[in-house]
Unconditional design. Structure first.
Length: 206
């Protein structure tokens, strides 16, 4: 399995673009459902509207809520998805058409990466096939051809067909540009991309 060609920079790196065209790179300090903390070399104006690019053709717009000095840099809090409707819950899972993925271990200082496959998805999580086990509680970044997903590993156990089967609790989904249009109700169609499936299940980047 080949590593995704779009993975060219560190998985915790993002590109910030302001409405006046200014660009600066940053590093993710923390990420939660609807917000991200980014370490920057310069200050961003509070209340300004910015684009946060996580990967090629994979970005969301947000508002800078604060930007404070942090060690020798600045820490900006950017809110991009004010959605309080999501709660932890059990949901039916839908098969994914064997979508290749690159999984980056964000909770590891080396940001180690491994190739994987996404095999199913629900409104609250992803099913992954991994070449080696990950620990429950590991915070990871899953990049596919259609989206980038952040979340926590809930379980990881040996898989009968080889490798390891892992369960990911979704925290944030950022779809790539130009994905399929969200479905209009009913069960998701077969062979839909992960981004389109997650959009149908209620995960849509803003």
């Amino acid at each position: 399995m080949e590593t995704l060609a779009s993975t060219r920079v560190a998985p915790d790196s993002v590109l910030i673009q302001t409405v006046n065209g200014h660009s600066l790179s940053g590093r993710i300090k923390n990420l939660a459902n609807g917000s991200v903390q980014v370490l920057l070399s310069e200050v961003l104006a509070q209340g300004s509207r910015v684009s946060v690019e996580f990967a090629s053709q994979c970005a969301v717009f947000g508002e800078v809520v604060y930007c404070n000095p942090y060690e020798s840099a600045y820490c900006a809090g950017i809110y991009f998805e004010p959605d309080n409707s999501r709660k932890s819950r059990a949901h039916p899972r839908f098969q994914v058409h064997d979508e290749k993925a690159t999984v980056a271990l964000m909770s590891c200082a080396t940001r180690s990466q491994l190739e994987a496959r996404v095999v199913d998805a629900s409104k609250s999580g992803l099913g992954l096939i991994l070449p080696r086990p990950l620990a429950a509680g590991d915070w990871v970044r899953v990049e596919t051809r259609s989206c980038v997903v952040f979340g926590d590993i809930v379980y990881c156990e040996p898989h009968a067909a080889g490798g390891y089967r892992g369960g990911l609790a979704i925290e944030t989904v950022v779809p790539r540009f130009g994905g399929e249009v969200e479905g209009a109700g009913g069960p998701p169609p077969r062979n839909v991309t992960l981004s389109a499936l997650l959009s149908m299940l209620g995960w849509s980047g803003k």
